[in-house]
Design a protein around this ligand. Sequence first.
Ligand code: AHR
Length: 641
Amino acid sequence: MAAGCTIAPAQASAQNPVTLTIQADKPVHAVSPTLYGLMTEEINYAFDGGLYAEMVRNRTFRGDWSGLLDWYLVEKGDAAAKMTPDHATGPSKALTGSLKIDVTRASAQSQAGVLNTGWWGMALRPETSYKGSLYAKAGAEIGPVTVSLVNDKTGKAVASAQVTGVGTEWKQFPFTLKTGAIEPSSTNHLEITVGKTGTLWLQLVSLFPPTYHDQPNGRRVDLMEKMAAMHPQFLRFPGGNYLEGNRIVDWYDWKKTIGPLVDRPTHPSPWNYHSSDGMGLLEFLGWCEDLKMQPVLAVYAGYSLASEHVEPGEKLEPYVQSALEELEYVTGSTSTKWGAVRAQNGHPEPFKLTYVEIGNEEWFDKSGSYDARYTQFSKAIKAKYPDLQLIATAPVKSAKPDVLDEHFYVRATENFHDANHYDEPAAGSAAPVWGNGRYDKADRSGPKIFVGEWATREGSPTPNMGAALGDAAWMTGMERNSDLVIMAAYAPLLVNVNPGGMQWATDLIGYDAQTSYGSPAYYAQVLFGSYLGDQVLTSKLSGAGEKFFYSITGSAAKKKLYLKLVNASSEPQTVDVAIDGVKTTGKTKLVTLSAADTQETNSITDPKRIVPVESAIAVSGGRVKHTMPKYSIEVIVADVE
Ligand code: AHR
């Protein structure tokens, strides 16, 4: 947040003033400490070409009808060569094919080989080391293999290394490419060439920039920092539709995503591109550790997107067993079979796990099999792990889930009308009902609620200010009802904004190879996550129009009050606040996120157009009179004694 900046004073309110009375010594209930978290899956090049910092695209040489994706032949000077996919030789049981390069003419000056264009380029910075490796073998003595980072515009190498000793057996060769005093840019590619005739096979060509916490096989620093600023409490993974796959054969088979990269076969994702599985199960858990989030692990429950399901009973049993083994991999000690595998993969310490989700959006399964499938999973998991909290993804009758996952992708207007969705029904009103596959009327005697995916879908690729206002209105409702709504996650989280990068519009954080930006909705999340509070306080509102929303929380431990106010209207709004029951110290700050109109937004070329601005605000004798700008989300943070 930009601290100490000034914001233009709001114009006089054309609307009637709102009166807000806060009884700060009267908590209504605790705020769920896990309320805000992240939801993730491989969509919009979220991992490959996004968070997963790998710079080489199609590092395992998958082909399609047009040949090898993202790889091109290099014939410098009068060199001559041919590249073909070779399905008969590869370095491992998982990677059984490779790229074969037949060089028929080459010299030290006229080298031949291949190049990779990366994820819409390769971002390079000055004086930086890039660590890579490749698997290679040769038909006979091929001489040194030169690996270079080359500027697309000049054609000149900006960093080079040589790999020597390539023999007739597959072997992994590490290398480091260090840039000098270059201009940062993403118009670069990777070249791998030789200066001798012969045959060279390549597989798993990989290159990483410095990563968050310098982890090998790690994550992009800028994106991790943006997520950290949201103060997320959990990570829901691996999906989403990515968990389910299009067909049953494409399900997220976690065992194929662990261990050395050369042992990961990769798999098709339902979002029309192939996943490298470099972000595998252990990497998701590492991401949780990095940002101090708890894992919310979704296990495949036998339904895939092409309306295919596994019959409950004997046929489902292998999937149930796989889920049990997955739980052992995550939580088991090293004396268990799968805990020992985790240790072998580099993480002896078990992970703490509380929530396990059974499937994803199972209301899509029109066969009606989810009830029995959920129950089969639930019985098996609870028998072995009685303390785990299980999340159903559609209502079930044969078992009582601990938590129900509900999803909302809506327009801002819908959020304005539905911001009290989870309010308790007033005394005497209709009994809670289940409708449209969801709980309505906020039944307090049913499962707790996880709003596992939600977003105001206005703006592309990332949401605009109007969407941020819809989001903020919705968040005030979840926060006020966080005795019931224990977790919530915006989705999708990430989008590569390059042409072809997006499969689902309106995503929280956008990026290309080099930079990233937060949308206005991202900053709304930052505000709500930063000033959560631990108790919802008694409050009363009067005089508010249809586009005013609020949530009042406090933290006794931090001696703070948090007033989250949303003015989604086109006019300024004066708010008259009376804080009773505690003594305000007078130390108060105001954080404002606002825009001139609802269509205003941030973008990769204008990343900071709408950001929160901090300023001072006067509180005297527990009274604040303040005029909110039009289209604004504000937090008043008041110190109390
Ligand atoms: O967030 C995009 C998709 O929306 C998720 O994969 C799916 O769960 C939902 O339908």
